[in-house]
Design a protein around this ligand. Sequence first.
Ligand code: F6P
Ligand code: MG
Length: 441
Amino acid sequence: MAGPPASLSGQDVGSFAYLTIKDRIPQILTKVIDTLHRHKSEFFEKHGEEGMEAEKKAISLLSKLRNELQTDKPIVPFVEKFADTDIWNQYLEYQQSLLNESNGKPSWFQSPWLFVECYMYRRIHEAIIQSPPIDDFDVFKESKDQNFFESQESVIALCTHLQQLTRTIDDLEENQLKNEFFKLLQISLWGNKCDLSISGGESSSQKTDVLNSLEDLKPFILVNDLEQLWSLLSKYKKAGGTTPLVRVDIVLDNSGFELVTDLVLADFFLSSKLATEIHFHGKTIPWFVSDTTIRDFNWLIEQVKSCNHIWMSKCGADWGKYLKMGRWIYHDHIFWTLPHEYCAMPQVAPDLYAELQKAHLILFKGDLNYRKLTGDRKWEFTVPFHQALNGFHPAPLCSIRTLKAEIQVGLQPGQGEQLTAAEPSWLTGGKYGVFQFDGPL
Ligand code: F6P
Ligand code: MG
């Protein structure tokens, strides 16, 4: 049997991968440099001259990085010792070994896109940790927080909706409960439009009323396996005491509005008794501009709690309680910020794989998770999702993703071609979405 297809890469001139490496990534780097500049006086106030020196050092490392990228220099190993340095450098050697026959070297435009894009964010992190005393500075924090504040109205609407719903939840008939479940899942899907890396780090908050737009957005869901999620979870609920613990894991994506939609969904899982325990998985380092770290997670819950809107603060208080009671559990793991496709998880991070195997359902949020689930490869549109997962099946899983990269599997014959003819940017504009499920029911 033929192996999986080739990786998406910047070699394909004009492709989205190529344009990302050529335009979007340098733009993000420039923004990071600018952010450091703007915080100069803050670094001085906190750390004096040493802070100023550190800022200079970080900026010079980042400018060097931008130059390497723009001139398609070879990818160099990491020098600063950190928890994942050895695994990263081994991966670099592996990429090198793939090119040994041609005598080439891994480089920005020649190597797989997934690898070089992850490498770029890890190099940003290296520049920061090499610059003490500002080695704890999150260069994306400001944009993530801004995204949350700009989405304030939508957050209030969503929290109010959730509070009204939970007050009557025990009286809902099965079909009504299912409808409410599907609504919150769709909100979490469209929340994924708000990531900040696709917009080159520019603001991308939620300003429209998603709750009332769900019907209009339905035609843009290309694969809709929600019924399968419902069958799986309602089966456990009906079984009652025979499965006393139902665990749902959410592999988080972006902080800001998307994280609020995920927390609202997680709250609903518990209040509807469709699950008894939610495990969140976040990033250990700032990642793809807007991805959630533990700091973002705690910060956002604190913001929601201390807000002076009655329903919003009630949500924040409930969420704090879930965390205290251990019904919500936050995890992070270096694997999520490595360049590996997820089928490599059993070898690279067996502990994480074993943890995920304890789940009854795993939700993977966002585009980057989809790329890693499917290996970021040039699959035919009609290849089954199960096949593209290439052996990654820790538990039943569902990808909840808006399309922001030239990869999509599991479509009906002709569906991809029709979309391409009607709307050339359907794969990358974030306008379309999928709920793609894999696993036995
Ligand atoms: O830089 C582009 C990209 O890698 C796209 O694939 C994707 O749009 C984005 O970054 C990350 O998206 P998400 O936050 O949905 O994972
Ligand atoms: Mg993201």
